[in-house]
Write a protein that binds this ligand. Structure first.
Ligand code: ZN
Length: 409
């Protein structure tokens, strides 16, 4: 299976080279905008690359000093943007024609060469060498996983300029051997929360303490810097933000890896998350940080899982926190508090997030089997399996005992 990843890298660029890159970007945007102008004659939009090549290539070579591959990529980007505008027009949306303003420029193997810690890039006046600013910690970063990993081949990059710095978004790809994982229908359910970032239907909890602790620490640092109000302080606030994001991303990579391990160890073929589309509106107490962290965690699990042959899906979260995972009785009073679940019908008691994780797994199971019965599949619990008929092969008391021991519930 082919896996593609894009890795953003901040660049070290000296002053003279920076001028050349700025000018290259300016001419690249000019070329793309020129193609848009030619493509639209007032009523008709031309989106055939071959026709636009005929109509614009030599003009753009004349009016710019761009490398021939930059001329072609600028045209391709213009065509992509024109097509998406056309699609909006067809839906009755009165979108305006595309205009390229945000600074960027495309690179491929014909106008750039990529190394482990630097690249050489064509400009309007020869090539420049740009160094990569790589993170100190070499383990488990996207850089070590894709950029310097020999299994991944670099296919190209987009140069960006923002907040006073140049960045390369390096595109990589690899042919990954996906382990043979027959679709056995076993689901690992995952509940996301503010106290525990993640809880699985197998009863494993990932605490959010570290995330919350560091978030408070960084808030304090930002607060005291903001009181200064100087330009120096403002820049430091931004740098605190970047450090924070990096630390959280590392933490979430670790949790994602462990969720994948949990699924593989328990022989699951799918992982179910709740639908995150309206996560912030749904959970009142939820901070922006958590909504961001949940989406990031889901993305990490989705792409890491893909490489292991796992299916990762989102399900409608309705009633997953109020439904009893043992008897199916659904009532808002079942949720005794933020943490505890107590079924008003059968008396089943457990941690609320753990109960929700089982329901989330069960929802995906129902979607897969199309209702009751069907193939012998189930939601993976720590020491047993639950299926859509609610049959629990292992006595619940045993399971609860195991979890109480492992997690001190
Ligand atoms: Zn019940």
């Amino acid at each position: 299976m082919e896996v593609r990843r894009t890795v953003p890298v901040k660049l070290d660029v000296d002053e003279r080279d920076a001028d050349l890159l700025h000018e290259t970007i300016r001419q690249f945007l000019d070329a793309a905008n020129y193609v848009v102008d030619v493509a639209y004659d007032g009523e008709w939009v031309e989106t055939r690359k071959s026709v636009l090549h005929e109509e614009t290539y030599s003009d753009v070579r004349d009016r710019t000093e761009l490398h021939s591959n930059h001329v072609q990529s600028a045209r391709d980007r213009a065509v992509d943007a024109l097509k998406s505008t056309l699609a909006k027009w067809k839906q009755g949306d009165s979108a305006s024609l595309p205009t390229f303003r945000t600074p960027f420029c495309e690179y491929n193997h014909r106008n750039a060469t990529f190394y482990d810690d630097h690249a050489t890039l064509s400009t309007v006046d020869g090539r420049v060498t740009v160094g990569y600013q790589l993170p100190d910690e070499s383990h488990d970063t996207p850089h070590s996983q894709y950029l310097t990993n020999e299994d991944y081949e670099t296919t190209g990059a987009t140069l960006h300029y923002r907040e006073g710095s140049f960045f390369l978004h390096v595109r990589t790809k690899a042919d990954v051997d996906v382990p043979d994982r027959p679709e056995n229908g076993t689901v690992l359910g995952v509940d996301l929360g503010v106290e525990s970032i993640a809880v699985t239907s197998t009863g494993t909890f990932w605490s959010a303490d570290e995330l919350n602790h560091w978030h408070r620490e960084y808030e304090k640092r930002r607060g005291s810097l903001q009181e200064c109000g100087s330009r120096w302080a403002h820049e430091n606030v931004q740098s605190v933000g970047r450090t924070e994001t990096g630390r959280f991303e590392q933490l979430l990579h670790r949790v994602a890896n462990e969720i994948i391990e949990e699924a593989l160890e328990h022989g699951c073929s799918s992982i179910a998350f709740e639908d995150l589309t309206n996560i912030r509106q749904r959970m009142g107490v939820l901070k922006k940080l958590h909504a961001w962290a949940f989406r990031r965690l889901y993305d990490y699990v989705a792409y890491k899982g893909e490489a292991h042959g796992l299916t990762v899906k989102q399900v409608n979260p309705q009633y997953t926190s109020q439904r009893c995972s043992t008897c199916g009785f659904t009532h808002e009073q079942n949720r005794a508090s933020q943490e505890s679940f107590c079924c008003q019908d059968c008396g089943y008691e457990n941690h609320a997030d753990y109960n929700a994780a089982k329901n989330i797994g069960l929802k995906l199971l129902r979607n897969q089997t199309g209702g009751e019965g069907g193939a012998p599949v189930g939601v993976r619990l720590n020491s047993g399996m639950m299926n859509t008929n609610g049959v629990v092969p292992v006595p619940d008391s045993v399971r609860v005992g195991v979890h109480a021991e492992r997690h001190g519930l």
